[in-house]
Ligand binder design. Structure first.
Ligand SMILES: CC(C)(COP(=O)(O)OP(=O)(O)OC[C@H]1O[C@@H](n2cnc3c(N)ncnc32)[C@H](O)[C@@H]1OP(=O)(O)O)[C@@H](O)C(=O)NCCC(=O)NCCSC(=O)/C=C/CCCCCCCCCCCCC(=O)O
Length: 754
């Protein structure tokens, strides 16, 4: 798959054809190299020439059939002494074709195929190059020996797709490497290098040279040797003495982090079955658990996210330019301007990607502090990865003229238009011609910034999420005059940094923050109407968010939004009461957050916010009686009568308001499709992946129901125009609520009529 991926990079126009090939290569990359082993053993296997041709053109079912048939031939041919199974194009097997899961699965099933390989009376050797993932690794675990290339990657990522390794992986891996390591790999889906696989005992040998040659040599050396001790399914599962406690701890851990996701829990249960039941009964349990996951809907959501993540790479702009027509510029050296929290994270992310970075901060003291912080972030990261820290890739400067030879600049100064315009003016004067000018603004107008430069086509937004070296999301914001090449360059850099990069249009808050405003606003309104932060957060956390809106606000700091609202003229000082104090530009406005800030309650950093904390900086939120009595007094002052609000209303108000704005974003052409919005929310805003992102979620709730509830809430709150259902939502419902992957057609039609 690596080589095919490479081909796509060099020939972006032939995407469709290559995509087909890559999908096939999940199973079709496999072939049994009996002929080669046989030849070296002085024999010959006639069946193989045809089988190879067939596999190269075939789908998963055909490949499995071919493996079954060829193994049968090899085992019945007395001249064949050993069998080597390898992939093609430098890749063993990336696992099952996920698209097969949606329909009726045909061809020979995987489990009996792997059993037959394990039961073989001739040595079966897996020659692992490239990826051995999911069903690919399960197949290798059915072999008697595994030889891997040093650059191979192995893992059981099924959990990330809402599944478990159900072709015996959950039963064989613990028997091979022990329960603790198997639990780690299976519950996280973590991919390991060949070196780690060797250390864990997953592979028997690692080679720097030709893997198939090494495997053939190895296969010859073990020909005729007894195989009983090589069949992993017959191994007793090593049970640590405190295994009950170990499983309870593992369960506690996954329940804590899974936030309602079923697959990690099922993975622990399956490994526990391996440790406590005979193999056959463990396999039955594995199948039972998999059947539940298959029918849960969570697997469908996570698999949607998998494909959505790849779909956003095929970006396009309203002009029609896009990923397949725009060539990125090479970026070897970048500059970061402003070394606050964001600038530091961006510097680390760029250096870890292998770029030379000039980090610029005008104040000496801040520069020194930033240098120290960046150094320790890089050292911690390098320690985790077992690599050397990329310290020498970064130079620090107080002088903006140090940007003279960079290919790209990312400005991350304070969120103030006048300041940013001044920085861009200076950058335009000092950068070499063609340098891309990127802003890390989270909401300011990219077009206004671009207008302040002589080359607006070189200006794009690169909106990172804190901490920028950790968070996987990047919004690449194109303005009216951004060139497709500038967008392509930012998108490619994002990909290199390992980010899910999504190209979006320019508007206030772009996609993520524009939608978030509606969600937070509904949470404030709910407090006015009788809810507490605990009720709202409880409902959202039960839904699957790592933190509810108020705990999240305490963590990121209440003053950030307050400053923006003040700058926009919304937050007005004082304790005005009555309905007029809660109206801005004719729409309902809640000053609750402003009033809390006026008390100096900025969240965790001040030890008080929507909750109270033991001390400033502490992270454990406790209910705060002060806040509750503040809410009561606030309602009394404004003549509001608290009513009983349930969790369902919290979810509907907060989530449907957010989804409705998502439809508006699609209608406005700010995002090209629902996948863009869903990737942004899953990777940047903690939306639970097993619910597939807000737009996918709306489709699972049912668009008619979302529409009906929005109409209901808009009627109840006519002073909140944002609750009025969006035209696109109405149109989708009118056209029969097509599945999410068909929304683009409706959107396209809508745009063509405008
Ligand atoms: C690392 C990769 C493999 C490659 O990465 P890269 O080179 O960067 O390329 P990408 O851009 O990621 O991908 C290129 C295109 O290929 C598409 N792709 C990739 N992988 C797959 C796949 N597995 N299936 C389909 N398509 C795939 C991708 O979408 C790209 O195309 P496009 O751009 O979208 O057009 C990387 O791709 C990667 O990590 N892939 C995923 C690896 C993975 O997760 N593998 C595990 C898959 S699951 C699996 O293997 C399971 C096997 C066991 C099944 C056992 C079944 C037993 C059944 C018993 C249970 C009983 C249930 C009963 C139910 C009932 O009762 O009804």
């Amino acid at each position: 798959m690596t080589s095919l991926g490479g081909r796509r990079r060099t020939s972006p126009r032939c995407g469709r054809q290559v995509q087909r090939q890559i999908i096939q290569s999940t199973w079709s990359s496999l072939r049994t190299r009996t002929h080669r082993a046989v030849r070296r053993m002085g024999g010959g296997a006639k069946a193989n020439a045809t089988a190879h041709a067939q596999w190269a053109q075939s789908s998963g079912a055909v490949v499995r059939q071919a493996i079954v048939d060829t193994v049968k031939i090899a085992l019945s041919d007395p001249k064949v002494k050993s069998v080597v199974i390898c992939g093609q194009n430098g890749n063993f097997c990336g696992g099952a074709d996920i698209k097969e899961f949606g329909g009726e699965m045909t061809g020979p099933p995987l489990i009996p195929m792997i059993h037959a390989i394990e039961a073989a009376n001739k040595p079966m050797v897996a020659a692992i190059e490239g990826n051995a993932l999911g069903g690919g690794l399960e197949l290798a675990l059915g072999c008697h020996y595994r030889i891997a290339h040093s650059k191979a990657r192995l893992g059981l990522p099924e959990v990330t797709l809402g599944l478990l390794p159900a072709a015996g992986g959950s039963q064989r891996l613990p028997r091979l490497i022990g329960v603790p390591d198997a639990l780690d790999l299976i519950t996280t889906g973590r991919i390991v290098t060949a070196a780690e696989a060797l250390r864990l005992g997953i592979v028997d040998q690692v080679t720097e040279h030709n893997t198939v040659d090494a495997a053939v040599k190895f296969a010859l050396s073990v020909a005729g040797q007894p195989l009983d001790a090589r069949r992993i399914s017959t191994f007793p599962c090593p049970r640590p003495p405190d295994s009950d406690a170990l499983f309870e701890e593992a369960m506690r851990k996954v329940r804590g982090s899974a936030r309602g996701a079923m697959a990690p829990v099922a993975c622990v249960q399956a490994v526990r079955a391996a440790a406590t039941l005979p193999y056959e009964r463990g396999m039955e349990r594995e199948k039972e658990l998999m059947a539940t996951l298959f029918t849960s809907g969570q697997a469908r959501a996570l698999q949607y996210v998998f494909f959505a993540q790849r779909a956003v790479g095929r970006w396009s702009m309203p002009s029609g330019a896009g990923w397949d027509t725009s060539k990125p510029r090479p970026v070897n050296k970048a500059a970061v301007i402003g070394l606050g929290t964001m600038g530091r994270g961006i510097t680390v992310a760029l250096a870890q990607t292998g770029l030379s970075v000039v980090a610029i901060e005008t104040q000496e003291k801040q520069l020194m502090e930033a240098k120290q912080a960046v150094t320790s972030m890089l050292e911690r990261g390098a320690k985790r990865r077992g690599a050397a820290p990329a310290l020498d890739r970064i130079s620090y400067s107080r002088n903006i003229q140090a940007v003279a030879d960079v290919d790209l600049v990312i400005e991350a100064v304070f969120e103030d238009m006048a300041l940013k315009l001044e920085v861009f003016r200076q950058l335009s004067a000092f950068c070499k011609p063609g340098t891309l000018l990127c802003t890390n603004t989270s909401a300011l107008d990219v077009d206004e910034l671009a207008r302040g430069t002589p080359n607006p086509e070189l200006v794009v937004g690169m909106h990172f999420f804190a901490p920028a070296h950790v968070m996987k999301l990047l919004e690449v914001v194109y303005g009216k005059r951004s060139s497709p090449q500038a967008v392509a360059t930012a998108m490619q850099l994002g990909k290199k940094m390992g980010k899910a990069s999504v190209a979006v249009g320019n508007c206030r808050g772009f996609v993520g923050n524009r939608m978030l405003r509606l969600y937070v606003e509904q949470a404030f309104f709910l407090l006015e109407e009788g809810a507490t932060p605990e009720l709202v957060d409880g409902a959202l956390e039960e839904f699957g968010f790592p933190m509810g809106v108020f705990r999240m606000s305490d963590l990121s700091g209440l003053d950030v939004g307050w400053r923006t609202r003040k700058a926009a003229g919304q937050a007005q000082p004082g304790e005005a009461s009555g309905q007029s104090a809660r109206i801005r530009n004719g729409s309902r406005y809640s000053p609750i957050g402003d009033l809390v800030c006026e008390q100096g309650r900025f969240g965790q950093k001040t030890g008080r916010g929507w909750y109270q904390y033991d001390k400033p900086g502490s992270r454990v939120a406790r209910s705060d009686p002060w806040l509750h009595s503040f809410l009561e007094q606030y309602r009394a002052r404004h003549g509001l009568v608290a009513r009983s609000i349930d969790r369902q209303e919290v979810l509907e108000r907060c989530l449907y308001a957010l989804v409705n704005e998502g439809f508006r974003i699609l209608e406005d052409g700010i995002a090209a499709g629902p996948e863009d919005i869903d990737v942004i929310y899953v990777f940047g805003y903690g939306w639970p992946g097993h619910r597939g992102g807000p737009m996918f979620y709306a489709s699972t709730v049912g668009l008619p129901k979302v529409l009906e509830r929005l109409e209901h809430y808009h009627q109840a709150h006519p002073d909140v125009p944002d609750l009025q259902p969006c035209g696109l939502l109405r149109r989708l419902v009118a056209s029969g609520s097509p599945p999410v992957h068909r929304w683009r057609e409706v959107i396209k039609k809508l745009h063509s009529q405008l």
